[in-house]
Design a protein around this ligand. Structure first.
Ligand code: URA
Length: 211
């Protein structure tokens, strides 16, 4: 499990995450912070993108310069609705990435995910997938999303979140040991309603101001 969980503990991210967690943080500030964090996260999750070398001329001299390999194509898949917050910042940094949406809601009684929407690029089998969802709680939603996406045969899958519960990490890594989890914090535990403690509350409600 150790190698599968990548904890991104950059001080700027940790600072912004603390501001997001505060109960008094407004919807507008929460939204701004999640976008800023997702820009920083995008650097980390794309660290292994391959480069090729191209002959260019600077105003001073010719050189062989690194450039992103054009055949490495990405799709960012947002788990509705809170994934939207992470998606926006990532797209700013990777404007030519394609986008997929997966709608899964947690049945409040069973906490089991139910799919209500699924739309991904038709060439997903030639792309690497970055799934974004701020909260890895029970792991049920993330597991279902990965299962569904695996059925489309992408080249690879990474799961990216802000907060992860130890229970969710354990569950997820048991079912999908081949999918790395990028997170900015591993919190303490899940409460009886499936909320991450200390967490930041309901990410969707805080992002969209629905409570
Ligand atoms: N989803 C959320 O938005 N918050 C949690 O704490 C757990 C799941």
């Amino acid at each position: 499990m150790q190698n599968q969980v990548i904890l991104i503990d950059h001080p700027l991210i940790q600072h912004k995450l603390t501001l997001m967690r505060r109960v008094e943080t407004s919807t507008a500030t929460f939204r701004m912070l999640i976008k800023e964090i997702s820009l920083l996260l995008a650097y980390e999750v794309t660290r292994d993108l391959p480069l090729k070398y191209e002959s260019i001329k600077t105003p001073i001299a010719p050189m062989n310069a690194p450039i992103l390999a054009p055949d490495k194509k990405l799709v960012i898949v947002s788990i509705q609705r809170a994934g939207q917050g992470l998606l926006e910042g990532m797209l700013e940094l990777m404007p030519s990435a394609r986008v997929g949406h997966i709608g899964l809601y947690r049945d409040p009684k069973t906490l089991i995910p139910v799919e209500y929407y699924f739309k991904v690029p038709s060439d997903i089998d030639q792309r690497d997938v970055l799934i974004v969802d701020p909260m890895l709680a029970t792991g049920n939603t993330a597991i279902a999303a990965v299962e569904r996406l695996k059925s489309t045969n992408p080249l690879s899958i990474k799961f990216i979140c802000l907060l992860a519960a130890p229970e969710g990490i354990q569950h997820f890594t048991e079912i999908h040991p081949d999918v790395p989890i990028y997170t900015t914090s591993i919190d303490d535990y899940l409460d009886e309603h499936g909320y991450i403690v200390p967490g930041l509350g309901d990410a969707g409600d805080r992002l969209f101001g629905t409570r």
